[in-house]
Write a protein that binds this ligand. Sequence first.
Ligand code: IMP
Length: 198
Amino acid sequence: MIEKFVFATNNQHKLEEVREIAEERFEIMGLKDINCFEDIPENQNTLEGNSLQKARYVFEKYNINCFADDTGLEVDALNGAPGVYSARYAGQDKNSEDNIDKLLNELKDLPFRKARFRTVVALVLDGKEYFFEGIVEGEIIEQRKGEGGFGYDAVFMPEGLNATFAELPPLVKNSISHRAIAIQKMLYFLRHYQHSSN
Ligand code: IMP
C-alpha cells in the first residue's frame, strides 16, 4: 500500500532530496501538489514551534498526514543566534550574503567559533505529533570558501572535514546534512509505524 504524505514546503530541491531517500511505498507531495498556495504561518520562536505550526496547518486544513522542517544555525559565542531567525538575520529580505557578512562581523576577532546546524522535522500522523532532530556540529570560518550550496554554507566547516559545506559536491552535502539526518530518522520511524485500525 502506498502511503501519502505532504512535505509542507515549496522548495523543489528539498522535495527531490526527500523523494530520493524515501522508498517507493511513500508518496511525498509538495504543497502545490495539493493546491495549497497560501502563505502558511511560521511565526513561532523555536524550530519545533515553526515546523509543527506548518505541519499542523496542512493536516488540519487538508486532512492528510504531513511533515515540515525548520532549520537554524546556532553559534555558541552568540548564545545560539541566529538560530530560528537564521533566514532573516540581517533583514526581512532573507539575503544570504548580508546574513554571512553580519555573522562574520559579530564573530570578528573571536577565537571561539563553534556552531551547529540544527533541523527539526515535525510530523503530524493520524493526528499525533512527532519530532525528529538532525544536527551537524562545526565551526564558522573567517572568510567564505567554496561556490556551492546556499545560505551559510560558505562559512560553515563541519567537524572532521577540511572543507566548507559550499566546497562539498551537492550529493555529499545532501547525504550528511542536518536535514538529511532528521529526515532519515523520520523515515526509519515510518517504516516501523503501525497505523491503528480504528
Ligand atoms: P529553512 O528552515 O530550511 O528555510 O532554513 C532557514 C535558514 O537557515 C535558511 O534561510 C538558511 O539561511 C539557513 N540554512 C538552512 N539550511 C541550510 C544549509 O544546509 N546550509 C546553509 N544554510 C542553511
